[in-house]
Design a protein around this ligand. Structure first.
Ligand code: GLY
Length: 573
């Protein structure tokens, strides 16, 4: 029978007893079975582990390491598998950031963020009255930036061990032979059906005559053929030749801007990571064009002098302090952050102790701060970026966040090539002060320019303790990403939580504008009441982020946890 099961209780050689952690789910020679697999929420692995948004992708990553690959091989294979089995965010038509630490201590940041096409301009989403047409920056052909993922995979290959054809083969198999949909995936494809039809100019594999249901097999022949071209020709198999031509023809049919020159000129870039200490641990995260590393650095440094641990988890004191740190960091994001190749981001100042102390000098415990009141936006819940965390047997650590931006990106499937394009142009500031789909506002630093990379919130992060691997963490969630990572770090370092609790306890989010605190169901009601009395406004929402985390325990085992909020799943041995 073809099915996906949520692993709550299992027995047998590969799984331990009900209620305990899984120790190994990649046995020697055990193939990944796309027609019958389990969602496994946590495991303690002694050698190598992966946590990602899909069980099959995690299994592919772990299997690659079992076959002699390292964490970088696994990161490549897992991302390619996600591009097939998790089309809402896994991608070859989007972009991302990879943060790595080699076992020898070398750090590396690979930026494969999408870039604005040459024909883009700062007013491209304004109508004749100067009003922003968000529909154009968020949906369909004009919303897409030049995809970066495939260039990023080949930049990662420098650090990998196995030949690329081997790393892409599992993704080809999954696309060609298909895999079984879970209930959530079936529902998600059904909910997006009308958008696929509206924004794609050719029939695509995601739409069939009747609704998808759990247990159906999704086969993606055109995507398999695209992956084979990449397998044969490398990055030119995507950016040039048949695939490149299909992307450009799709743009021409739908009024998009990406040209053959844009594709050929795209390169991944190396970025020096953001590094700082927090209560004796060393945090490493991603630099601009992501705002994530600076934001978590600012927030953690703003709260460091306070005895957060003695306040207690989700106490009024702790939450209020963290909200005020979030408010101030996100206000900086709106003004000071953008692509460093186009805008001089004042990283040193933004991260300096002196500046951050000054930022908190008007912090009043017991009183809500006030964000300047400009047009506030609503944060939508579809924030379908995706994250994977990996550690291998040698101690290489990889933290990757990759995205199409919104769920299924622009909802434009490249005709004949079978993959979705991003709607990342919406992460630029289309007009100063006007919120994008995440309610984020921006200005000059993040204005559209040809070739420029739009500001991101993606925050792939590593924590080193005593200069040794301690935590790999990251999450999707649009602008909520840095606050999720911030809270996971505080939960581990200040509140000494397990990795499971650190990511699965209810979260809160404040991003300066709109001036309210978003909370997940289950947030401490007493704390909420007390903060309301101080003047804070709250909005409850379904979920904030889907964090994947690996924490190295004192005995060297890797506590590997996938977020409970989706089908996220771990694998390892
Ligand atoms: N597209 C979401 C982000 O990069 O922050």
């Amino acid at each position: 029978m073809r099915k996906v099961v949520l692993f709550l209780c299992a027995s047998g050689s590969l799984l331990t007893l009900c209620g305990q952690s899984v120790r190994s789910i990649v046995g020697p020679g055990k193939p990944v079975n796309p027609y019958h697999y389990s969602i496994v929420k946590k495991g303690e692995f002694s050698t190598a582990s992966v946590s990602s948004a899909h069980p099959l992708a995690s299994l592919v990553g772990a299997t690659i390491m079992k076959r002699g690959g390292n964490a970088f091989d696994a990161a490549i294979a897992t991302q390619l598998a996600l591009a097939v089995v998790y089309p809402g965010a896994g991608n070859i038509g989007g972009g991302g950031f990879l943060l790595g630490r080699k076992a020898n201590g070398e750090l590396l940041g690979i930026d494969y963020r999408e870039a604005a096409p040459e024909k883009a301009n700062r007013d491209m989403y304004l109508d004749k009255n100067g009003n922003v047409q968000l529909n154009l920056s968020q949906n369909g052909h004009l919303a897409s930036g030049i995809p970066g993922t495939v260039a990023g995979l080949f930049a990662t290959l420098t650090y990998a061990r196995l030949p690329f054809p081997q790393l892409i083969q599992p993704a080809i198999d999954l696309a060609e032979k298909g895999f079984v949909l879970s209930e959530k995936e079936a529902a998600s494809l059904n909910a997006t059906r009308s958008s696929f039809l509206k924004y794609s100019t050719r029939p695509c594999a995601f739409v069939k005559a009747t609704n998808w249901k759990a247990g159906d097999t999704l086969i993606q022949k055109e995507l398999a053929a695209t992956l084979k071209r990449i397998q044969e020709k490398g990055a030119p198999g995507f950016y040039e030749g048949e695939t490149g031509k299909m992307i450009v023809e799709e743009m021409q049919r739908g009024g998009g801007l990406i040209s053959m020159e844009d594709l050929k000129d795209y390169t991944a870039k190396l970025r020096n990571p953001i590094e700082f200490d927090y209560r004796g641990d060393h945090i490493v995260s991603f630099a601009p064009p992501s705002s994530g590393g600076i934001l978590i650095g600012q927030m953690l440094k703003m709260i460091e002098k306070y005895p957060v641990s003695s306040y207690g988890f989700q106490s009024t004191q702790a939450v209020q302090l963290m909200i005020e740190a979030e408010r101030r960091a996100y206000a900086d994001r709106a003004v000071h952050m953008g692509d460093p190749d186009f805008y001089d981001v004042p990283v040193k100042t933004l991260m300096s102790e002196e500046y951050l102390q000054k930022r908190m000098s008007d912090y009043h415990p017991e009183k809500a701060g006030q964000s300047a009141v400009i047009k506030a936006g609503l944060i939508k819940e579809s924030e379908e970026t995706t994250h994977l965390s990996i550690i291998d047997g040698e101690g290489n650590m990889v933290s990757v966040t990759t995205t199409l931006n919104g769920g299924y990106g622009s909802r434009t499937v490249v005709g004949g090539a079978g993959f979705l394009l991003n709607n990342e142009m919406d992460d630029f500031s289309a007009k100063p002060g006007i919120p994008n789909m995440y309610g984020a506002v921006g200005g000059e630093a993040n204005a559209i320019q040809p070739g420029k990379r739009m500001l991101s919130s993606m925050t792939p992060t590593l924590i080193l303790r005593n200069n040794k691997p301690f935590v790999v963490v990251g999450t999707p969630g649009g602008t909520t990403i840095p606050t999720s990572v911030f809270q996971a770090i505080v939960n581990i370092i200040d509140f000494h939580m397990s990795a499971d609790d650190a990511i699965n306890k209810p979260k809160f989010h404040h991003q300066w504008l709109p001036d309210n605190v978003m909370i997940e169901k289950g947030f401490n009601p007493e704390t909420k009441k007390q903060l309301q009395a101080m003047g804070y406004q709250f909005t409850e929402r379904g979920s904030i982020g889907r964090t994947e985390i690996i924490r190295v325990l004192g005995n060297g085992k890797r506590e590997t946890v996938a977020d409970n909020r989706g089908d996220d799943s771990v694998a390892g041995f």
